[in-house]
Design a protein around this ligand. Structure first.
Ligand SMILES: *[C@@H]1O[C@H](CO)[C@@H](O)[C@H](O)[C@H]1NC(C)=O
Ligand SMILES: *[C@@H]1O[C@H](CO)[C@@H](O)[C@H](O)[C@H]1NC(C)=O
Length: 203
């Protein structure tokens, strides 16, 4: 192999490696539980949300559904999941009667668990369960931030039909459970959760 060809091969391999490794998801250490919770919230573009149904024949029963979420533009995590909702939506109708809800998000929604070969139900494929309530945001600074957070990560929302009366909402967190690694479910207080950062140990 000539030196030129060899140099070209090394360069090509280097480019391939760089483009593959840039898609790898690197998770926080397992012992930083609050940070792991913040990391999962920020990585996920959608969540499963359970409400108490107001619809026959399952009135009063749990009802789980899917929503696009964002806790901030990429790299600007707040930990607060924001939503873009319409009252025409079946779960949102439940929330009008009872705003209590539960959200779950998982690293199975990122490339991480497939990349590592972890089943979504494995404790190595971390997930979180948030409890709280969904609160509509009045027009103002917080709604503006919700809009920036959602529209930057879900650009097609901009074109969703305006006659659906979309509004912004946030998830008001009262409990954070983290299923990550061995030893059972771990709990972090909302304070610990909001004081953590997905990127660093602490602010
Ligand atoms: C926000 O402003 C729009 C347009 O002025 C109004 O229709 C809507 O009811 C307001 N929403 C809230 C939550 O204040
Ligand atoms: C929001 O959550 C906090 C706990 O984090 C709770 O004290 C407060 O009552 C909740 N507010 C509403 C309106 O649900």
């Amino acid at each position: 192999m000539s030196a030129v060809v060899r140099a070209a091969c090394v360069l090509l391999l280097g480019l391939l490696w760089a483009s593959c490794s840039s898609h790898r998801v690197h998770i926080p250490p397992h012992e930083e539980v609050a940070r792991m919770a913040r990391f999962i919230t920020h990585q996920c573009d959608w969540a499963s949300m359970a409400t108490i149904s107001t619809h026959q024949p399952i009135v009063g029963k749990p009802f789980s559904n899917l929503f696009s979420v964002s806790d901030g533009p990429l790299g600007r995590s707040t930990g607060v999941p924001f939503f873009y909702l319409t009252r025409m939506e079946v779960s949102v109708q439940d929330l009008q009667v009872n705003p209590a809800a539960s959200l779950s998000m998982s690293l199975a929604q990122t490339h991480y668990c497939k990349q590592e070969g972890f089943d979504p139900q494995s404790p190595l494929c971390a997930h979180i369960i948030l409890s709280g309530s969904v609160l509509e945001l009045a027009n103002g600074t917080e709604a503006d931030f919700a809009k920036k957070s959602l529209f930057s990560r879900h650009p097609e929302m901009i074109d969703w039909p305006s006659d659906h009366d979309w509004f912004f909402a946030k998830f008001n967190i009262t409990q954070v459970l983290v299923l990550d690694y061995f030893g059972g479910v771990k709990s972090v207080t909302p304070e610990q959760y909001f004081n953590a950062s997905p990127d660093r140990k602490h602010h």
